[in-house]
Design a protein around this ligand. Structure first.
Ligand code: C6P
Length: 411
């Protein structure tokens, strides 16, 4: 039985008060809190194993390297990748998407080509493609979204053509919690010969994601949204694609050999094998160790259990929000199409005022555009307040949230 009260005991930060009220942390789509197990793993790394990786022959460096490689293995198993050659550690989802844009896109996209995005993308899955299109001259197209925040699959099919070289789409919207049928999108895109990058920032932390089952080409996600430290994230790429790609960054440890050619006066460079070919410089070793601990923790609870707990919380919150007559909330209706994220507005108040009012009662939510301005534009929302749940949230916290919202309606 999944017990969020037991889970909460592992999170020291949840015991504190904010503005003299018990902390209710509903900003999990922005970043999640960290369990003792992750904090301890990072602390233990610095107390016992700290050394640079893949460089020295001394024992400590071997131990640090072995931990860092195990972290890649843990991630590979978690998303069912073939092996660690397909797992590149980056800073987060943003860097992973920029990585694909520059490492793959810069060399493979031309004037005649098209990149297909959707109107529900986070800015980090819009801006890199728009910047690159100014260099390479390809066209960026956007799939429409329906008024309930779901993806318009007809618009997707109409927008795809042989010109489409990559479809870059979010698995779960960070604004509405809408779950896209990425398996269907990938299958359709592949029929047109296009690659697919899935932004898994809001899915991998919350539900089982299997790269082989999806047949996805690239998958990006962030450690800090799944209990791990900030500054560590993952780009999964199919081995055959990574082999053909040039590195995103150049530097130490990503090369096999650099030799000075006296005839030309230049250096000749040969690359290391993936994933190390793509991890230039000293990586975030402790972040990788923290990510490994976070994945072990998530696995011990079961991703299916975590997902159904969040869906239940979401359903409960949506049902209780109907009691608040001045509150409008948005997003898909069905259970299979949304997870634990709810955007809303309170009549007569700006979303930041709603967030500040809730904060004065210790309730932490996000307000504004959530880095997804085109979606707000499409849904005709000036901005929105947003609650987002995770494995340690409870129905009791939702009850308190509704109580405070009702107080706000009286102002
Ligand atoms: N969304 C939110 O409050 P980084 O910052 O690189 O870890 O993740 C970027 C990102 C990419 N895609 C999606 C779908 C996301 O939700 C995010 C991060 C946070 O919604 C911070 S803006």
């Amino acid at each position: 039985m999944f017990d969020p009260y037991k889970v909460r005991e592992d999170f020291p930060i949840l015991k504190q008060k904010i503005n003299n009220h018990p902390l209710i942390y509903f900003d999990n789509a922005a970043t999640t809190q960290k369990p003792r197990q992750v904090i301890e793993a990072v602390k233990e790394f610095y107390e016992r194993y700290n050394a640079n990786v893949h460089r020295a022959v001394h024992t400590l460096s071997h131990e640090a390297t072995s931990l860092y490689e195990s972290a890649h293995e843990e991630v590979a198993k978690f998303i069912n990748a073939k092996n660690i050659e397909e797992i590149i550690f980056v800073r987060g989802t943003t860097e992973a998407i920029n990585f694909v844009a520059y490492s793959w896109g810069l060399r493979n996209l031309n004037r005649e080509d098209e990149v297909l995005l959707t109107l529900m993308e986070h800015h980090s899955n819009i801006v890199p493609w728009e910047i690159l299109s100014k260099i390479n001259g390809f066209k960026v197209k956007y799939v429409d979204v329906n008024s309930d925040g779901t993806l318009n699959y007809e618009s997707l099919e109409d927008s795809l053509s042989r010109k489409t070289k990559i479809v870059s789409v979010t698995h779960v919207s960070n604004v509405t919690g809408c779950i896209n049928d990425v398996k269907r999108i990938i299958k359709t895109a592949h029929e047109y010969g296009a690659l697919v990058l899935v932004d898994g920032a809001q899915s991998v932390p919350h539900m089982p994601v299997d790269v082989k089952d999806l047949d996805v080409d690239f998958l990006a996600f962030s450690g800090h949204k799944m209990l791990a430290p900030t500054g560590i994230g993952v780009l999964y790429g199919k081995r055959e694609l990574l082999e053909k790609m040039e590195p995103f960054h150049g530097g130490g440890e990503m090369i096999r050999n650099v030799s000075f050619d006296t005839a030309t006066g230049r250096c000749l460079i040969s690359w290391n094998d993936p994933p190390w070919k793509f991890e230039a410089g000293t990586p975030n070793i402790s972040g990788g160790v923290g990510l490994m601990a976070a994945i072990k923790y998530l696995k011990s609870l079961g991703m299916e259990n975590i997902f159904s707990h969040e869906c239940e919380l979401s359903e409960y919150a949506l049902q209780r929000l109907q009691e608040c007559h001045k509150v409008s909330f948005y997003g898909p209706k069905g259970r299979s199409t949304r997870c634990g994220i709810i955007p809303f507005n309170v009549e007569g108040f700006d979303s930041h005022d709603v967030a500040l009012f809730l904060d004065s009662f210790g309730i932490t939510i996000r307000s504004g555009f959530h880095c997804a301005q085109p979606l707000h534009q499409r849904l005709n929302l000036p901005s929105s307040a947003r609650v987002s749940f995770y494995l340690y949230n409870t129905r009791e916290e939702i009850d308190r949230f509704i109580e405070v919202l009702k107080e706000m309606e009286q102002l």
